[in-house]
Ligand binder design. Structure first.
Ligand code: ADP
Length: 403
């Protein structure tokens, strides 16, 4: 059986096709349509040919809509032999960013689910419309194939009220849904399961702090396998310092900017979501570039690293307090998996919290599952590569089995 995973964004559609047999998941093909609706759109595809050799190709194409993009993906998959026919598909798993309070788990798509995802658009105006387009097109192109929506917010629906409510008047929550939801749930859940396996305990007996550090970044406190707090809020802007997002900031900065500099909603949105974080502090959003600049003596880049790591340490400390007992601290995402210096800085002098790194293991760990804590560290520290597509595929299949 094949399972197709679609991550349909506003300007790109990423996809992964899995071949599943007896619980074994192999990647049959993967790729993306990029610059959707713009000049220079292209389709990238990697797959294994009949002899098992890795192949890749990229084709320029005029792709003006999600419909055209997904049609093109299917044509490429069939053309290369990665997908024999649509009847091979057991399910399509869709990444959906915002499931609000309606969705606690992956959900088989029907008309009511589509209506609910549509209702959530005001909470995620940049993401949910594109996610929904992907679902609608897939329903049309793959009639009879179950479609499953897997929500970034679902894993965090176990947060208690004390963690998800903002200290603002209650009607804003009850009537306007203003609360913390949290994101990256699929990744936090995936690495939590992998960490539990490595610790040799059921996830339901593990207390973990998971740090997903990519272009977007978030920390999650997991008690007995369930999310009890996470750093992103009503939107993915709150929390850690990110590539171009500011993370935590005093809301009064907004009033100040409006009153004194004449900012409006759009300029504030652009400032805090796209011109802040690493970009705001030192002009670049790629962490490798930040390191290069810092090593060359650029003080802004040094500061960007310092602010990033200071914020990380604050969240580690806060979540240690939330959890009381911590079994493991888990690093994932492009930075978490590869950046030994950020991990070192985030964990330095935390022996009071029971966290101590093995400097050599930390320096070595790159892109594979490793334990990087020292033998006497009370808290295990792990690097766990995330795989959101695999998790979406697995959760899609589980949702079908459950139904
Ligand atoms: P996204 O959130 O877009 O999925 P990723 O998880 O791919 O992002 O993470 C992207 C970030 O990871 C970038 O800041 C990039 O610089 C960083 N990164 C990737 N590889 C390394 C590396 N070897 N060392 C430091 N940072 C890295």
């Amino acid at each position: 059986m094949k399972i197709l995973v679609l991550n349909s964004g506003s300007s790109s559609i990423k996809f992964r096709l899995f071949s599943v047999s007896d619980g074994d998941w192999q990647v049959a093909a993967s790729g993306a349509v990029t610059r959707l609706g713009e000049e220079g759109a292209s389709v990238r595809l990697s797959w294994s040919d009949a002899s098992g050799e890795a192949r890749a190709r990229e084709e320029a194409a005029e792709i003006g809509s999600h419909h055209a993009g997904i049609e093109r993906i299917v044509a490429s998959l069939q053309d290369t032999g990665a997908l024999g026919g649509i009847d091979e598909l057991g399910a399509v798993g869709h990444r959906v960013v915002h499931g609000g309070e309606a969705f606690h788990a992956p959900t088989l798509v029907d008309d009511d689910v589509i209506a609910a995802i549509r209702q959530m658009i005001p909470l995620a105006p940049l993401h949910n419309p594109a996610n929904l387009d992907g679902i609608l097109v897939a329903r049309e192109l793959f009639p009879g194939v179950p479609q499953v929506a897997v929500f970034d917010t679902a894993f965090h629906q176990t947060m208690p009220r004390t963690a998800y409510r903002y200290a603002i008047p209650g009607y804003l929550y009850r009537e306007h849904h203003v609360r913390r939801y949290g994101f990256h749930g699929t990744s936090h859940h995936y690495v939590a399961k992998a960490a539990a396996r490595r610790l040799g305990k059921p996830l339901s007996q593990c207390n973990l702090i998971t740090l997903h550090l990519g272009n977007g970044a978030s920390a999650t406190a997991i008690r007995d396998g369930a999310s009890v707090d996470t750093s992103m809020g009503m939107t993915p802007l709150e929390g850690l310092v990110m590539g171009s997002r500011c993370g935590d900031i005093d809301p009064a900065v907004h009033f100040y900017l409006c009153r004194h500099l004449g900012f409006d909603n759009d300029t504030l949105d652009d400032l805090l979501n796209r011109q802040s974080g690493l970009v705001g502090l030192c002009g670049v959003n790629d962490m490798r570039e930040v390191h290069r600049l810092a090593e060359a003596g650029n003080e802004d880049a040094e500061l960007a690293l310092g602010v990033t790591c200071h914020r990380l340490r604050k969240y580690i400390g806060a979540y240690a307090a939330v959890l009381g007992h911590v079994d493991a601290l888990v690093f994932t995402g492009g930075i978490g998996e590869n950046d030994a210096e950020v991990r070192r800085c985030a964990c330095a002098d935390l022996t009071q919290l029971g966290i101590a790194l093995d400097a050599e293991a930390n320096a070595r760990a790159q892109g594979s599952l490793e334990v990087i804590s020292s033998a006497d560290s009370r808290v295990a520290v792990l690097v766990v590569p995330t795989d959101e597509e695999l998790e979406i595929g697995r959760q899609a299949l589980e949702a079908i089995d459950r139904s």
